[in-house]
Design a protein around this ligand. Structure first.
Ligand code: BG6
Length: 497
């Protein structure tokens, strides 16, 4: 809803739109609108949110709320789809929606297959095409993650939904791909001549991708007990970042061109060895000054749960660009700082130009793509410290989005919803991509399912378990970048908070 509100605010949402909510709970359109209005209110002046607004534009909201209706029913039963069919015909007449429909499945993943079957059986997935095969009454289905919970279930779900839908009707959403900074990776790499020649195994030592969160499971204990950090974050969000960094330049910058290149990255990743994975679980501690309880004491979590809330992995990409360059990935809850970044470490200088400085003392260059918060890009290099003797200091040249562009409230779903409306699938995952990602992590899931040992505890509010440090140490003494981290430094020398 914040995304729809934002699209309306920026006049991207057309007027001929109606929103039909379907839920099992007894409700009314007014009750639903009031509930959503309350949720919008929680964003007002909320500096912790990407959707930080000063006030709700009530006129705009009323316009949206007036187009909302509510249907009560069981989504596993055919009756509700008959009511939905009638409701869709009505709004089509009332708002001239031309019969175009987006079904947005914000339901538990176990219902995805059922709902798509029912949509099909009710005839709601049928498109009408002109003589060139272009749909002029389109039907599209957005499927939230998790898309399956392992390789076999993802394959089965693909087979099932593709019995009803064409692949180009399916939009498997990954909200990380809606983030501006993630989309910017392609512009940064391919709109500049400078970086691509050094973007390979000749110049890059290794890459670290971090998605650290300060939140815990936040009342989602039930979901998390069946999911864990690996399934929740890695084959989807973290791999999406990895694909953006690792993909070859596409021949065409359209959905097919870009998705083919990303799919090639996944295809070049050998299945993970269980030894290349570390899992951790948060204990009690302090996060941002607030005391937190251990994961096992969270509501709906088993007191002897073996579910990981942190995972670190070493992955490889076996192609000419990346052979021998490890990608270290980590994600966790209740960590010291909220930070999502891609950090590229370049090979060190081969010789020291100064008699007083050994080559080992030269610090390597880092290129850091900061996804959130403080979105930006920084290049870290050594310079001579001013003074009579030769001493080196490490400095950063930093670009911060906030310095260059006005900050727009944005939650990332705006772009994605808009893309579904215009039928652009570039930022969505294709069936083969989802399956390839599961294929990579499957051996780790299998090994963890068989062997409950090896879960490393970490105190909340830290950088994760020590075992994750050893994953890098054993690779020639490498180390993770710190969490929490020094802030980017503005060009005027002030710390950027
Ligand atoms: C969701 C996961 O997909 O992404 C959550 O289910 C996680 O567990 C969230 O907290 C992270 O997204 P963001 O945009 O807040 O970094």
């Amino acid at each position: 809803m914040p995304a729809l509100y934002n699209l309306a605010r920026t006049r991207v949402l057309p007027n001929n739109v109606a929103i039909i909510g379907v839920d099992q709970a007894n409700g009314t359109a007014d009750g639903w609108a009031t509930h959503l209005h309350k949720m919008l209110e929680s964003f007002v002046g909320n500096a912790n949110s990407e959707f930080n607004i000063d006030a709700i534009d009530e006129g705009l909201w009323q316009g949206l709320a007036g187009r909302m209706s509510y249907l009560q029913g069981d989504i596993t039963k055919p009756e509700i789809y008959q009511s939905l069919s009638t409701a869709l015909s009505n709004v089509c007449k009332q708002y001239n929606t031309r019969g175009n429909v987006i079904f947005y499945l914000a339901v538990q993943d176990r219902f995805f297959g059922d709902v798509v079957d029912q949509i099909g059986q009710a005839g709601l997935a049928d498109q009408q095409e002109d003589e060139d095969g272009v749909p002029h009454r389109w039907r599209r289905v957005v499927i939230e993650k998790p898309f399956g919970h392992d390789l076999a279930s993802a394959q089965a779900l693909n087979v099932r939904i593709l019995r009803t839908l064409q692949e180009d009707q399916v939009f498997r959403i990954d909200h990380f791909l809606g983030k501006e900074t993630v989309q910017n990776i392609m512009a940064f790499r391919f709109a500049n001549g400078l970086f691509e020649p050094i973007w390979n195994r000749d110049r890059i030592d290794h890459i670290q991708i971090t998605a650290a969160e300060t939140v815990g499971v936040e009342g989602r204990g039930k979901f998390y007990e069946a999911t864990g950090a690996l399934r929740d974050m890695v084959p989807n969000h973290v791999f999406s970042l990895l694909a953006m960094v690792a993909m070859e330049p596409p021949a065409t910058f359209d959905a097919a061109g870009i998705r083919n290149r990303k799919a090639e990255v996944f295809a070049a990743m050998p299945p993970l060895r269980p030894q290349a994975a570390v899992r951790g679980q948060y204990g009690g501690g302090d996060v941002l000054g607030k005391h937190t309880v251990p994961y096992r004491n969270e509501p709906d979590v088993s007191r002897d749960s073996n579910i990981e809330t942190y995972v670190a992995l070493r992955v490889e990409i076996d192609n000419w660009r990346w052979a021998g360059v490890p990608f270290y990935l980590r994600t966790g809850k209740h960590m010291a700082e909220r930070l999502t970044e891609i950090a590229i470490r370049f090979r060190p200088a081969p010789l020291s130009p100064f008699a007083t400085t050994s080559v080992e003392a030269l610090r390597p260059n880092w290129l850091i793509i900061r996804i959130q918060p403080d979105e930006g890009i920084a290049l870290q290099f050594d310079i001579k410290r001013p003074g009579p003797s030769v001493q080196l200091a490490t400095v950063q040249m930093a670009f911060s989005y906030a310095d260059w562009f006005p900050r727009e409230p944005n939650i990332g779903y705006e772009t994605l919803l808009h893309d579904v409306m215009v039928g652009d699938a570039t930022l969505f995952n294709r069936a083969d991509m989802v399956e390839a990602a599961w294929r990579v992590v499957q051996p780790v899931l299998d090994s963890w399912a068989q062997d409950g040992s090896g879960l490393a505890p970490y105190a909340s509010g830290t950088a994760g378990p020590d075992a994750a440090d050893r994953l890098l140490e054993q690779d020639g003494g490498r180390a993770w970048r710190d969490i929490p981290q020094q802030r980017f430094v503005h060009s005027n020398g002030k710390n950027h908070q």
